[in-house]
Design a binder for this molecule. Sequence first.
Ligand SMILES: *Cc1c(COP(=O)(O)O)cnc(C)c1O
Length: 389
Amino acid sequence: MANIPFLDLTQQYKIISPELNARVLEVLGSGSYIGGCMVDDFEQQFADYIDVSHCISCNSGTDALFLALRSLNIGPGDRVITTPFSFFATTEVISAVGATPVFIDIDSQTFNLDIEQLEAAITEKTKAIIPVHLFGQPLDMTRLMTIARQHNLIVIEDCAQATGAEWEGQKVGSIGDMGCFSFFPTKNLGAFGDGGAVTTNNRAIAERVRILKNHGQSAKYHYEHIGINSRLDTIQAAILQIKLPYLDSWNQQRRDLAARYHQFLSRITAIVPPRELAGSKSVWNQYTIRLKSQEVETQVKSCFSNSLRDWVSLQLKNKGIGSMIYYPTPLHLQSVYKSLAHPQLPVVEQVCHQVLSLPMFPELSILQQDQVISALNDCLPVCQDLIAG
Ligand SMILES: *Cc1c(COP(=O)(O)O)cnc(C)c1O
């Protein structure tokens, strides 16, 4: 039996452990564990990498989004348009500041919000849009920014899964008014704990974020706002400083793996591989296929009582291959949003039953990937047998 994990973070650690261990011990011996030049240096390094003038580090991607909304004074009575297909934090923060999330449906091939539907959702209460570059793939920021500018809306890019991704040669997080990043360990640039950052070219916004992340303190022991305590630990900043120079090569390894998945999986009729838009340079935080075949689906249901997707996921598991479902339930259908009046969103409601994310991390070997591909190849003809039988 194959033993192919969905994700293995230990391999990357092994490769750079001498550098990391030395730097972590340096921090431990320094007596300075909060703030300091390592955090400042990382912020500068990350701002240069994204190509923005300001980077403000914080405790998580969730805090980055929360601080972005707070810095813009978005709150009760305001509406923020976003996607129903994301990690919960994207909409959680909209509700946490007292504003109302407005969901629009997604594009089934890219999994990102469907820009076609954007204008119809805008009202005079709409203040901002939070597009999510889901699974590492940027959405069409040219079109999105054109619509946002026409309607005077602020754009906060949720870049949590897309560190290093580009739209028409520009890094995500540098195109909208603000970018929000997560350094959660499973993201493309992951710390060894929580971490996050806000990027922007707007000096006034950057200053407000800096004040709000530090208890609303404008000068030492002078409080002008109700803020929060949201810091990137020195030890995490030190780790991220070492990892950032490797990010482009790791992202390239992900792109090579994605190209191979695409090459082989597009030949299997029941599989719809993800589509990458021209102009987009995805960094493939996830490689997510759709399992879609009316015929096979009906047959599988009659003897398995679950979706084709669940059946394939089980076949992979039986062969020792990891896979995950991102995301099983769209956000507008979460019980916490029961009371929100929302329209039906037919695309996402169907897609969430079809998606399956396959093993994807830079150190995944060609040999391992071939085993994933042949496992899928083997199990999908079995479906054909099911039909024949
Ligand atoms: C991970 C993630 C977040 C939240 O980041 P944390 O660092 O875990 O708080 C927000 N949005 C998206 C799309 C994410 O994937």
